[in-house]
Design a protein around this ligand. Structure first.
Ligand code: PMP
Length: 364
């Protein structure tokens, strides 16, 4: 445990030691079944019980109402960029609205263009995706089948602080802030989240769909991307990512035992505040470009040494001596970025902040 680093990766990322330990303890023999979870038939009673408990705990912590189905799909969140239009675009308009507040939202928008008419209600690219324009300024198409927004843009650190209500069915990519706070499920037609940030290994996505939207997929929609197929088969139309679902189950139990999503919201806010305060109190030495009203509690991009790239490089190198790793910004934007998902202990943030102070003093 002592050899573990403070890994600030944007995902995959740190998971709580308690959860990893439980995986390790049950690796060879789950609950006295004589086999590990990786070796079980997905239709056997052992795995079915793991699946049911996982869904039940997730529904419980997220307070998913009976109107909505919760299931797993493969292909991470990116596959959902296609699933969404393939399932939810409706004739005659075959149109959808997209709020583009970062590059993930933009990717989702572009994928929709393959299947229908995608309209951007806003696009903050020219301001380097540093803010979210007020909903009142969005150019909404009343004929659109849905409005898609990315609840937390992982690269730029821009997070919606409330559900954007525009009078259209709402679809949200919650990949990078899922299970970091309570969400308003019933206001959404569809929510999806890649699980490799707050919930487990990469490769799968949790989908929460209003049952009323199921069964409308286009005829060209691949069977595995059809929400009705996946909901009706309880994620098991084909062999599901059993191990990933198992780890999500352990995480859901862990998140619940610690106090549910209200606790994690407070915890995330506390961790993020420590870092934002250090950045803002550095007299411009560290800079976070994001507008204050939409700063993410999960991903915090910042520049070092007033944006001096040589100092940034030095900062990243020296940080490693303090166990602070994977702090470089996304390859498309540079700079630094600290991701503070549920698995990042508060000691990680405190160590980072004290290293930042030390570094500033030594390299004014
Ligand atoms: N949406 C968001 C907000 C993300 O952060 C990511 C991954 N970083 C994706 C979508 C894509 O996820 P995946 O790699 O699982 O396809």
């Amino acid at each position: 445990k002592d050899e573990r680093l403070f890994n600030f990766s944007a995902g995959p990322c740190m998971l709580p030691v308690e959860v990893l330990q439980e995986c390790q303890d049950h690796m060879m023999n789950w609950n006295g079944s004589g086999m590990g979870v990786m070796e079980m038939s997905h239709r056997g009673k052992e795995f079915v019980s793991i699946y049911n408990q996982t869904v039940s705990d997730l529904r419980d912590i997220l307070q998913v109402p009976d109107s909505h189905s919760l299931f797993f799909m493969q292909g991470g969140a990116t596959t959902q960029f296609a699933s969404v239009p393939l399932n939810l675009l409706k004739e005659p308009s075959n149109a959808a609205d997209y709020a583009v507040t970062g590059s993930w939202g933009d990717k989702a928008f572009k994928e929709c263009q393959k299947y229908g008419k995608a309209n951007k209600v806003c696009d903050t690219k020219s301001s380097n995706y540093t803010f979210i324009p007020p909903v009142s300024e969005w150019k909404v198409n009343p004929e659109a089948s849905y409005l898609h927004y990315c609840a937390n843009e992982t690269i730029y650190g821009v997070e919606f602080k409330s559900t954007p209500d525009v009078g259209l069915p709402l679809v949200s990519d919650m990949s990078s802030n899922f299970c970091s706070k309570p969400i308003e499920v019933s206001k959404h037609t569809l929510i999806y989240a890649g699980i490799q940030k707050n919930l487990g290994p990469a490769g799968a996505a949790v989908v929460i769909a209003d049952k009323a939207c199921l069964g409308n997929a286009k005829s060209i929609c691949p069977t595995l991307l059809d929400y009705k197929t996946m909901s009706d088969s309880e994620s098991m139309y084909n062999t599901p990512p059993c191990w990933s679902i198992y780890v999500v189950g352990l995480m859901a139990k862990y998140l619940k035992e610690k106090g549910g999503l209200a606790f994690w919201k407070e915890w995330s806010e506390k961790k993020a505040k420590i870092l934002y305060d250090a950045i803002d109190g550095s007299d411009g030495y560290f800079i976070c470009p994001t507008a204050k009203d939409c700063r993410s509690n999960m991903n915090i991009p910042f520049r070092v040494g007033r944006g001096d790239e040589a100092l940034e490089k030095k900062f990243l190198e020296e940080g490693k001596k303090h166990k602070l790793v994977t702090l470089s910004g996304h390859r498309t934007v540079g700079g630094c970025r600290a991701s503070l998902y549920n698995g990042m202990p508060i000691e990680g943030v405190e160590t980072l902040v004290s290293f930042m102070r030390e570094f500033q003093e030594a390299n004014p």
